[in-house]
Ligand binder design. Sequence first.
Ligand code: NAP
Length: 272
Amino acid sequence: MLVRVVASSINPVDDKTREGAIGEGAPPLPMTLGWDLAGVVVDGGGSGLRAGERVIAMSHQLSSGRGTWADLVALPARAVAAAPRSVSMAEAATLPLAGLTAVQTLNWLAVEAGERLLIAGAAGAVGGLALQIARARGVKVDALVSRDAQAAFAREHGAEVVTADRDALQRHAYDAVFDTFGAFVTEAVADGGRYASIATQAGPVPDLSSRGVRSTVHQVREDGAGLGELVKLVDGGALRLRVHASFGLHEIRDAHVRLREGKLAGKIAFLF
Ligand SMILES: NC(=O)c1ccc[n+]([C@@H]2O[C@H](COP(=O)([O-])OP(=O)(O)OC[C@H]3O[C@@H](n4cnc5c(N)ncnc54)[C@H](OP(=O)(O)O)[C@@H]3O)[C@@H](O)[C@H]2O)c1
């Protein structure tokens, strides 16, 4: 499919790739950055999506070299979904990478209604979406956060116990732990539980097999059908997207600087 990009967002991986921190896994220079897009179909190929329709997609930039920070992006139809109707294109552009990471990791953790899940970084881009999706599935969620504003967000979105003190976490209490920043709060997971990290650069999860705990470092995959499920949650009101600040494409440098400054309440979006 060929898509004209209207909006994108910055993810931590873009910052790391720009800085050269990815190492051997990065595409060769010159490369185009960007994983997220919200845009308009120019040519739907055989996808069933027609020219002019609004769509979103995640492009796995590191493995394909196919960056989304371009006026036109050609990508496989299986990576694309119709955009949510209830939000702006800037908001929609914050969903693909963070949303797919959240839902794929929750699916690996296989947390069910009534089970207890701890999310480390529950007010971050991925953690904030994982919190909302897990609550929509009836999971009981507790949150490890970094500051007061994040605690308020986590409580507002249904987290029960919210703390910034990792030593205050109950020991061996959680059926599953979703670790978004390499907290490695392994004492919190129950024997026989599941522990998933997405903090690739923090390295592997310590071996917990002696306690019967399964663990993984999840790597996000392109998945248009998964995006379609996320879009339903957005349009159904179960998933709120947060834009901390929006920039124009000509201000992309400022947008990167803002991401670096941290203390965000939502994502950095930018408009073409
Ligand atoms: N493996 C994959 O496929 C994959 C996919 C997506 C993302 N990632 C990686 O996952 C990480 C999170 O991504 P993101 O987009 O969600 O980033 P993000 O929006 O910055 O979220 C990280 C969250 O963790 C919090 N945090 C950091 N250190 C903390 C600490 N010591 N105690 C409590 N909270 C802490 C941050 O709080 P502050 O804002 O206060 O710092 C922030 O809310 C990044 O490293 C990213 O590269 C990996």
